[in-house]
Design a protein around this ligand. Structure first.
Ligand code: ATP
Length: 273
């Protein structure tokens, strides 16, 4: 059981309507996972092999984790999550055992999603100049590939990997039958930013002077996580100004915007395309 400490099995409460916008991404992602489960007979009839693995990539803080969690909640699918780098903090042999345990649990609780955040950490050391075949990275990767190859389609286990650095993902992980559906989760466009603000405003009372469309403009280039941070900072600024404030005003948002800066540059975005 100690090997499973860092695996969370949860009835995740994220719903589709907790995720603002990102309509195209949501649709692609849902089709990749829900269709094969729902229409498995039709898939078989037409000889379509359901995906075993999906890779979500894009800038940090743009709802990759939320998407996987919403998919699990709304589809009644079990959700097992692990972060790639966590597998490294292990005694010899422990990492592989942890991974195998996760797959075992996933099979037992199918249909299930194994969500591997920062999956780029699981690449072989070849790029680092180390001898391949015996580094921890090589062994973890070999175990993952082995487990993925062993998932029978009907066992209804889907691996969802997430990364901000698709270019360093090991090629072996991207072969057919592994992470062969690739979905880009972009920075939020204007509509998505508006919806994220709507979601935040459901929880935080805002004054009449708050100009939502101006905020949509001013947060161009921000990730969803950064927009959320702006709203939090603004609410905090309101409290700092006066502990009796019950609403957040535009001036508080202005203040928050001067401290929260977007981290994803245009140059980074162009590298994703
Ligand atoms: P990372 O690459 O850093 O792991 P991620 O893409 O997995 O990030 P999430 O963890 O899903 O991002 O999102 C981080 C936080 O940002 C969420 O908890 C939420 O508060 C906010 N957020 C991001 N995108 C959205 C969105 N479209 N709607 C609502 N909230 C969002």
């Amino acid at each position: 059981p100690s090997a499973l400490r860092e695996v969370q099995i949860e009835v995740s409460p994220v719903r589709w309507n907790d995720i603002g916008g990102q309509e195209v991404t949501k649709l692609k992602f849902r089709q990749s996972v829900e269709w094969p489960l729902k229409y498995s007979a039709k898939f078989q009839l037409l000889g379509i092999r359901p995906p075993r693995g999906i890779l979500l990539f894009g800038p940090p803080g743009c709802s990759k984790t939320l998407m996987a969690r919403a998919l699990a909640t709304e589809g009644g699918i079990n959700f097992l999550a692990i972060k790639g780098p966590e597998l490294y903090n292990k005694y010899v042999g422990e990492s592989e055992r942890t991974l195998r345990e996760i797959f075992n649990r996933a099979r037992k609780s199918a249909p299930s999603i194994i969500f591997i955040d920062e999956i780029d950490a699981l690449s072989s050391a070849r790029g680092n100049g180390a001898k391949s075949g015996n580094s921890v990275g090589d062994r973890i990767l070999a175990t993952l590939l082995n487990e993925m190859d062993g998932i029978e389609c009907l066992q209804e286990v889907i691996v969802v990997g997430a990364t901000n650095r698709p270019e360093v993902i090991d090629k072996a992980l991207m072969r057919p039958g592994r992470l062969d559906r690739i979905i880009y989760v972009p920075l939020p466009d204007a509509k998505t930013r508006r919806e994220i603000l709507d979601i935040r405003f459901r929880r935080t009372p805002t004054a009449a002077d708050v100009d939502k469309l101006a905020l949509v403009e001013k947060t161009d280039g921000f990730s969803g996580a950064e927009i959320t941070a702006v709203c939090q900072e603004a609410a905090l600024a309101a409290l700092e100004e006066d502990l009796d404030n019950t609403q957040v005003h535009m001036r508080h948002f202005e203040r928050a915007l001067s401290s929260v800066k977007p981290r994803t540059t245009q140059e980074t975005v162009s590298r994703y395309n």
